[in-house]
Ligand binder design. Structure first.
Ligand code: NAP
Length: 281
């Protein structure tokens, strides 16, 4: 039996306990995985609590992904690249930090026989997750990355940051269908990283006609997993395009973390199938 936790604020909505418990159960490891609300500034206290309570590692969400960096004695390559950590493991010589978000998304792409390498990628949105995905796409060798956002400045900031880190081919645009259309013709992977279409969010895409300008071979990917098929994905599938929802990223980033926590190799695809069948929203 191992003790794990996810910390953040807010944390009530987190599905991490469900995903990790199901995954570890599938590989024969019992766990007590707690969801703990830790306010900004509360990391030092939480780390002391975790040590006292034999917690061997923890996942982090807002607002701790960057704040945890000064507490670490080691960071893996993606944690260094993204300057952000979502997984921490207690080791004899200190706390080790990892970021499994980008790799989790790549795994979900690979599962549908796609990859960023050599692809023209369009990303809608410029929030926290896009920072990670744009950097990952760049380091994985995307041919061109186009980021569209309602607030153009945020898209430009991400493009600048990615350019400095990787000298990759990346452009930023205002989220306007007339600007999106010309890039669609050459697009291999289009990713929705806005909450448009998510359960509980009133707004949705007003115009999805840009999907008709994508090549037949394009993949339309939505980071949303609730619902599992958004209006974007349903419309894309309706015109014959391949689609991918956000469950893959959600589950694979957790499975990679579980490999880190347990040091155990396991068949990710088999465990993915078990976990996705068990998840209820
Ligand atoms: P975030 O930091 O809040 O950013 C949200 C982005 O969406 C911003 O760029 C925002 O534009 C844009 N946006 C919000 N409402 C919009 C609207 N009505 N019209 C156009 N653009 C709008 O969120 P995040 O953390 O990056 O997450 C983004 C999405 O990815 C969410 O749906 C989240 O659930 C999903 N996600 C999934 C996973 C997974 O494992 N599958 C992981 C992380 C995130 P402005 O900049 O103009 O405000």
């Amino acid at each position: 039996m191992i003790n794990l936790a996810v910390i953040g604020d807010p944390i009530e909505h987190s599905l991490s306990p469900n995903v990790h418990t199901a995954a570890l159960d599938a590989i024969g490891i019992g766990c007590c995985y707690k969801k703990i609300r830790v306010k900004k500034g509360g990391l030092k206290e939480f780390i002391a609590y975790a040590k006292e309570n034999n917690i061997i590692g923890f996942n982090l969400t807002m607002p701790h992904k960057v704040d945890v960096l000064p507490f670490l004695s080691y960071m893996d390559i993606d944690a260094k690249r993204f300057n952000s950590v979502n997984t921490v493991k207690f080791m004899p010589d200190g706390l080790y930090g990892y970021n499994t978000d980008g790799e989790g998304y790549c795994r979900s792409l690979n599962a549908v026989k796609r990859s960023f390498c050599g692809s023209n990628v369009i990303i809608l949105g410029s929030g926290g997750v896009v920072r990670t995905l744009a950097l990952k796409a760049a380091f994985e060798g995307a041919k061109h990355i186009a980021i569209f956002n309602r607030t153009i400045k945020k898209a430009e900031n991400i493009a600048d940051m990615v350019c400095k880190a990787s000298s990759s081919n990346i452009s930023a645009f205002e989220f306007d269908i007339n600007k999106l259309l010309p890039l669609c013709a050459e697009c291999d992977i289009l990713i929705n990283a806005t909450p448009l279409g998510m359960n509980g969010i009133k707004e949705n895409f007003a115009d999805l006609s840009f999907l008709n300008s994508l090549p037949d071979t394009a993949l339309v990917s939505d980071l949303i997993y609730n619902p599992t098929e958004t209006k974007l994905l349903k419309t894309a599938a309706g015109i014959g395009l391949d689609t991918l929802n956000g469950l893959g990223m959600l589950i694979y980033q957790a499975l990679i973390a579980d490999k880190i926590y347990t040091g155990k190799e396991f068949d990710m695809e088999r465990v993915f199938d078990i976990v996705s069948a068990e998840l209820k929203f």
